[in-house]
Design a protein. Structure first.
Length: 96
């Protein structure tokens, strides 16, 4: 009996963890996200990736002394574009 209860608890924790990774909230039942919310979440994840790439380029330049200005300039343009798209997407999601 203890093994069954333990199994149920472990499965519930795994399910809640999966929902957290997918939605960003601790829930037992995932909430349905609208297409706009999904798009906003994707844009925010892409912005986080761009920020990480910029930080990596800075570390690379510091360690090796290589010139990463062209890479960072392209990433900065992409970051600016993503920030504008995020602002527009937040305006679409917010009125609800």
């Amino acid at each position: 009996m203890k093994k069954v209860v333990l199994l149920i608890v472990v499965l519930a924790v795994v399910w809640i963890g999966f929902n957290y990774v997918k939605t960003g909230h601790f829930t037992l039942l995932p909430t349905a996200m609208s297409a706009e919310e999904e798009h906003l979440k994707d844009l925010e994840q892409e912005l986080a990736q761009v920020n990480a790439q910029m930080a990596q380029a800075g570390r690379m330049a510091g360690m090796t002394g290589t010139d990463t200005t062209a890479d960072v300039a392209a990433l900065l343009e992409k970051k600016t574009r993503l920030e504008k798209e995020i602002a527009a997407a937040k305006k679409q999601v917010a009125p609800r």
